[in-house]
Design a protein around this ligand. Structure first.
Ligand SMILES: Cc1cc2nc3c(=O)[nH]c(=O)nc-3n(C[C@H](O)[C@H](O)[C@H](O)COP(=O)(O)O)c2cc1C
Length: 223
């Protein structure tokens, strides 16, 4: 056992600080009944405080072997306790969700010292919703998405440039074209946690859980 107190860590990791604050306290006395409402309260505050890209979230899925996988995505909308994101059905996450719809979303806003964790079941909302989301994307984003093949191995950058040029041409000729496998996914959550950092590490955690009878209950968690 190494009993020496010498710090052998890579120097890049030394002296870094986290959760330095100051942070506003999280008042847990008048919480909404359901997590969607609290999410929107926190999201509105993140916008007021000009958090950079507050809608960039981490989506976790599991593969056929039960191995977790994560990536960043844009959160597109929230209605009630349903959280929407968009991607290609033929991507790695698309295949994973088709096989196992259990998924989680995680968000961290460092400036506010806030973390949100959401767990639930994701479903794709069909071709029409997917097309509507696709049409809201920028020309460049549509051109890339129309090529498809997301997450497949790419032979060379030239191959991508060629496919992109062709895709741009097609879209210029017919701007209504969509990517047939682009989908809006709806994550219906059954659990949520709102975590507020405290600089003294006495963090405040509120967990919401959906009960079998269909009502939500919430309580505090130890930090
Ligand atoms: C800030 C940010 C936003 C992103 N938004 C999306 C998105 O909305 N949809 C998407 O499919 N990929 C998005 N990506 C790319 C994904 O992180 C990922 O690379 C891609 O979806 C392939 O993931 P997969 O191989 O797990 O399917 C985004 C990446 C970043 C860093």
């Amino acid at each position: 056992m190494n009993t020496s107190s010498k710090d052998n860590r890579n120097p890049l990791f030394k002296g870094l600080t986290s959760l330095a604050g100051p942070f506003d306290p999280f008042d847990v006395h008048s919480l909404p009944e359901k997590p969607g409402a609290l999410f929107l309260e926190w999201f509105a505050q993140a916008l007021r405080e000009e958090v950079l890209e507050p809608h960039a979230v981490t989506l976790s899925t599991v593969d056929e072997q039960g191995r977790p996988d994560s990536r960043t995505l844009i959160l597109k909308d929230v209605h009630g306790e349903t959280f929407y994101f968009a991607s290609s059905m033929e991507s790695r996450k698309g295949h994973q969700l088709q096989h196992n719809p259990h998924a989680a979303i995680q968000i961290y806003w460092p400036a506010l010292g806030r973390q949100i964790r959401l767990r639930g079941t994701a479903r794709e909302t069909g071709a029409e919703e997917g097309a509507q989301d696709f049409r809201r994307r920028s020309m460049e984003a549509r051109a890339v998405a129309r090529i498809g093949r997301q997450s497949e191995p790419l032979g060379s950058e030239e191959e991508l440039e060629e496919a992109l040029a062709e895709s741009r041409e097609e879209l210029t000729a017919d701007p209504e074209r969509v990517a047939p496998l682009w989908r809006l996914y709806a994550l219906e959550i059954d659990e949520a946690e709102f975590w507020q950092a405290d600089t003294g590490r006495k963090h405040t955690r509120v967990q919401y859980r959906l009960r079998a009878e269909g009502h939500w209950e919430h309580g505090l968690l130890w930090p």
